[in-house]
Design a protein around this ligand. Structure first.
Ligand SMILES: *Cc1c(COP(=O)(O)O)cnc(C)c1O
Length: 357
C-alpha cells in the first residue's frame, strides 16, 4: 500500500543513542538538554533568531493569537488545514475569509483590503504546500491598517523566499513537526517571532507563564515539547538534506511523467526555494477526481484530498462564499510523495491517473 506520505524514521540505534542522554539524567520534559539542542540546531539550520519548540503545530497558532492579544475579526484563508480556522474560533476571534489565488493557492492578497473593517485585528494566512503567500504585499497592507500578521507555516520547513527563510516574514510564524510533515518529531511544532520581545511573551505563554519556579508572567498554557519528541527531531535532522533530495527527485519524476496531461499543477511563487513537501494535482471537476481516487485505491494507492472541504463551509463559521477555494477544494488531490518513493511506484500511479482522466 502506498499512502500520501510515509513518516521518515531514522535508524533506531541513532534514536536510542540520543534517548540515552534523557535516561542518564532522568529528565524527560520541562525543556531539557535535548529540546534546547534541537532549538539551537533548528535556528541555525533555518536561519532564524527566535524559535521555541512546542508539543504540536496547532497550539503555537493559538498562542500567537493569544500573545498578540487579538480580538475581533481575523482575515484568513479558506484553503488550509482545519487547524488554521479552528484556532481562530477557539481563541474567541472571528474568521473572515478571503478567497485564494487559483494558481498559487495562497490567500489572494488583492482581495484582503476589501475585507478589512474597523474590527479587523490581524491576518492569519497559510503558506500552502510550502508556497509563500505574497508576503511583501501583505506586509504593506498590514502596516497601512495597523494589523498583525501570523503565518501558518506548518509546511515550510526549509523554505526560503527572496534569499531568506520564509519564517522571517510576519510577526509570528508557526511550524508543525507532525509525523506527516517533512521534518518531524512525531508530534511537535514551533513558533518563530521576529521581535525578541514578542517571542519572550509567547515563550511565557507556552509554559504556564513561568518565569522561574515562583513567578508567573501572565496567563499561560502547557505547550512544551518533551525530551522524547526532541530526541526524534535530533535523530531526523541529520537526514534533512537527503530527505529534500529524495523528494525533489520524486517531484521531478512526477513532473516529467504528468506534464502532458490535462490537469493543473501548483504554481510556486517566483523567488522561492521550495521544499517539495506536497504534490497536488487539480482536476477538471470533482467527478474526475473521484474516479482517479477510486482507481488508485483499487491499486493500493491512497492519496489525500488536501485540502477538503473549503474551511468557509465548516459549520462553526459564518456563511461566506469562497468560489475559488470551494471549487479547487473539490478538485485537488495530493499524490504520494515521500523519502524513498520508488520510480516504478510513481510510474504505476501515473498510469492509473492517465487511464482514468
Ligand atoms: C499539519 C498542519 C497544522 C497542524 O499541525 P499539528 O502539528 O498537526 O497540530 C496546521 N496547519 C497546517 C496548514 C497543517 O498542515
Amino acid at each position: 500500500m502506498i499512502h500520501v506520505t510515509k513518516t521518515f524514521l531514522p535508524p533506531q540505534k541513532e534514536y536510542q543513542e540520543i534517548l540515552k542522554r534523557a535516561w542518564e539524567s532522568s529528565w524527560i520534559t520541562n525543556r531539557g538538554v535535548l529540546v534546547k539542542e534541537l532549538e539551537a540546531k533548528l535556528k541555525q539550520k533555518l536561519g532564524i533568531e527566535n524559535l521555541t519548540l512546542t508539543t504540536n503545530g496547532t497550539i503555537p497558532i493559538q498562542i500567537a493569537i493569544k500573545g498578540l492579544k487579538l480580538k475581533g475579526e481575523i482575515i484568513t484563508t479558506p484553503f488550509s488545514y482545519v487547524a488554521t480556522t479552528s484556532s481562530i474560533v477557539w481563541e474567541g476571534c472571528e474568521p473572515i475569509f478571503v478567497d485564494i489565488d487559483p494558481d498559487y493557492l495562497t490567500i489572494d492578497e488583492q482581495k484582503i483590503e476589501e475585507a478589512i473593517t474597523s474590527n479587523t485585528c490581524a491576518i492569519l494566512a497559510t503558506h500552502v504546500f510550502g508556497n509563500p503567500c505574497n508576503v511583501d504585499f501583505i506586509n504593506k497592507i498590514a502596516q497601512k491598517h495597523n494589523l498583525k500578521v501570523i503565518y501558518d507555516a506548518a509546511h515550510c520547513f526549509g523554505v526560503e523566499y527572496n534569499g531568506q527563510s520564509i519564517l522571517n516574514y510576519g510577526d509570528v510564524s508557526t511550524l508543525s513537526f507532525h509525523a506527516t510533515k517533512i521534518f518531524h518529531t512525531g508530534e511537535g511544532g514551533a513558533f518563530v517571532a521576529k521581535s525578541s520581545k514578542l517571542h519572550t511573551d509567547l515563550y511565557y505563554h507556552h509554559n504556564f507563564g513561568h518565569n522561574g519556579p515562583d513567578i508567573f508572567m501572565g496567563i499561560g498554557i502547557n505547550a512544551k515539547m518533551s525530551e522524547l519528541q526532541a530526541a526524534m527531531g535530533l535523530a531526523v535532522l541529520p537526514y534533512s538534506e537527503e530527505i529534500f533530495e529524495s523528494r525533489k527527485s520524486v517531484v521531478n519524476y512526477y513532473d516529467l511523467l504528468l506534464n502532458h496531461l490535462e490537469v493543473n499543477f501548483l504554481k510556486i511563487r517566483e523567488g522561492t526555494k521550495w521544499n517539495y513537501c506536497y504534490y497536488p494535482l487539480i482536476f477538471k471537476n470533482e467527478k474526475q477526481l473521484l474516479k482517479v481516487k477510486d482507481a488508485l485505491a483499487q491499486n493500493g494507492v491512497f492519496p489525500r484530498r488536501y485540502f477538503y472541504p473549503s474551511l468557509n463551509t465548516l459549520d462553526y463559521v459564518k456563511v461566506q462564499e469562497m468560489p475559488i477555494s470551494e471549487s479547487i477544494s473539490k478538485r485537488i488531490l495530493c499524490l504520494p510523495l515521500y523519502f524513498g518513493l520508488e520510480r516504478n511506484e510513481i510510474e504505476t500511479i501515473v498510469k492509473v491517473i492517465e487511464n482514468n482522466l
